[in-house]
Design a binder for this molecule. Sequence first.
Ligand code: HEM
Length: 405
Amino acid sequence: MTATPDQLAHRIGAPRLDIDPFSDDFLNNPYPYHEEIREAGPVVWLSPYGIWAVGRHEHVRAGLNDWQNFISSAGVGLANFRTEKPFRPPSLILEADPPQHTRSRTVLARILSPKMMQQVRDAFAEQAELLIDRLVEKGEIDAVKELAEVYPLKVFPDALGLADEGRENLLLYGNMVFNAFGPRNHIFQEAVTRYEPVREWIMNKCQREELRPGGFGDLIYQAADAGEITYDEAPMLVRSFLSAGVDTTVNGLGNAIFCLANHPEQYDKLVATPALARAAFEEALRYESSVQTFFRTVNQSLEFAGVSMQENDKVLFFLAAANRDPRQWKDPEVFDIERRPVGHMAFGSGIHGCVGQVVARLEGELILDALARKVKRIELIGQPVRRLNNTLRALDSLPVRFIPH
Ligand code: HEM
């Protein structure tokens, strides 16, 4: 009789935990569970789904950098595309391996280069100033609904070349895509129900005629004109920008303001030295990682951290757990904007490491810099409300008061 995966894990001595990383309880407060996973061993078996989990920094990094063994083309969520139908046509970059991945990545990386960021920087900075001025005048605001959602929805689609109308649909799309990396639980079902009415709008926005000439979206089509990618691939790569470029930064910004509101002594440091804005955003990404996890699939049987894994096993890499691993970080539970957390996993690592991180960092820096110069104190004036998501660490609402200088 062949052993079930559960028996096998037991036999080879890997720790087994009865933890559901997609339960409401886990997603509301993942940190105690991250610790349990990290401390149980470098690789543990999560019985509820029959998957491996990796939470230590060293091993998350090693796994993500081994793209030949831990592949993305079978999906970076719980579903295995080798045996299950993907819920949407797979991404040509995120859910691809070389050589397809290299082709797509070369084009997107050129469009999102540091040089290109210099070109959009002034426009992004102007919008950050305008927005924070407006919010300071208002005083009491919801920092998620009126800041973290508003800013990326303005600057990123502007740079992409999308018209103004209907941009809030991008939030529903991102929310659905990131939920779809988990199981078909109630959180996913609710996200799909909210997304259905805007599905057509999203797919339509990937077409060339919807994109302003010279914007990031049009540049993808120009790569098709140049023969680097096909005309069939171009809208799929625009789709990658639409799905990965908004909800991630919305939550990156929301989480950063949440951290600063909860640690007034750190916010004081930022006010004293606004040049710490970039470092503060980086530390917030480590401390409250907006993307918490990504899966890989084992390409063929292998040994990893002393554990035997079988072809097609799914492995869940906990970026957020690695970002608080005491083996890597001194006092990982301390939020310290002067830490400079080089090597954090919030943007992933290896060939799939976030291609949009220059955009995210620019947005984070400009917003925190404007806040530091215009707002003396951030006061929490109500209970923050979480938005549960199978992949993202997200807030639905963050009521604060901005006290101006
Ligand atoms: C704070 C904001 C962001 C976070 C935390 C974040 C996080 C990540 C992570 C962890 C990955 C790795 C996926 C993997 O290993 O499977 C990734 C990939 C990616 N990100 Fe981001 N991201 C952010 C913002 C952005 C933005 C603004 C864009 C677009 C402009 C973007 C576009 C992408 C794309 C296209 C990929 C796939 C790259 C590849 O597979 O080679 N991301 N991101």
